[in-house]
Design a protein around this ligand. Sequence first.
Ligand SMILES: [Zn+2]
Length: 366
Amino acid sequence: MASDVQHLSELQQFDREILRLKEEVAAFPKRIAQIEQRLAGTKAHLETAKVAVKADEAARRKYETAIQDLQQKISKYRDQSLAVKTNDQYKALMAEIQFAEQDIRANEDKILDLMVNAEAREKDVKAAEAKLKAEMAEIEKEKTEARQRTAEDEKQLAEWNAKRDTARAGVSADLLRHYDRVLKFRGSGLAEVRDQKCMGCQVMLRPQTYNEVRSGQLVFCESCQRILYFDLATEIAPERPSLTAKKRTRPKAHIDRAWIYRPDFAEVGEVFLAFVNAKGSSSRRVYDAHTGRKVGDTQHETGDFNAAFADDVSSGILLNSGLDEQQLEEWNPELPMTILDELNGDLKIARAETTSAETQSAPQTT
Ligand SMILES: [Zn+2]
């Protein structure tokens, strides 16, 4: 890895850590605000519950006063009844007493209702008080924790910022400007290349670009502009037959898909041909063996490729590499470098085998 890129890789790591810490610090007040909001809700509920209890108490006092008034009225009527002269007057007073007694019973019923209600109201107040107490304790705990964590984070931030400054000092000003600009727009300025893809935007690199990155040159992704780097340690090696393997499994005699190498294809010369049989027809794709670039359009013929492209099959070398038609479509118009490597590796093995087979079958002198 070039030293600029090495520094940028560190810088990216520091930038990420700094961002994470800043986000963490910013998250504390938000969390506390959330609890405070909940706390305000509980407080309001408690207030309402207390007001309801007070209103009930006032109503009860009102009914009790009314009952006292009615009782005084009744005793007044009874006094008056002793002094009446006529039967009608007496009856009228008795009716008044009856009404007053009815009124008293109605007020007593209301008081009873309030007493029944009071239990529920009391419970409501107690529950709200308990909730408030728990939330107050929680908020205190959160605040203390937030204060501690913020202090720790600030300390770490200062350390990361110092590291960041050092890393930035190791990168050229132009490159830093580019890194900062891409970082601002895309959230990261640097991307690893894996499987010939930019891991920042997932776009496949051109074989030439890929080779430049692999060789340690400073390259920007054409698609996302991130600065590209290649890490041998994390690159996933493509599944390919080992060049030192003594034997390879023989390609099957009857197959529906095949890679065939031809050293002498039309004006191109060395090519890799991809054959695929479909229902009653077959197709052929031609790729330059050196660049992986597709030559011409996909050709379709009726019948099995062994018959339809008999010339290619008879004059070419059948390779062992797997073939996936859908992937071919995705790779259009260029084979990824890894596939090209695999095909070339397979070709070497096939050639070595042919040579050794010829040597073995040579007439022996006795
Ligand atoms: Zn990219």
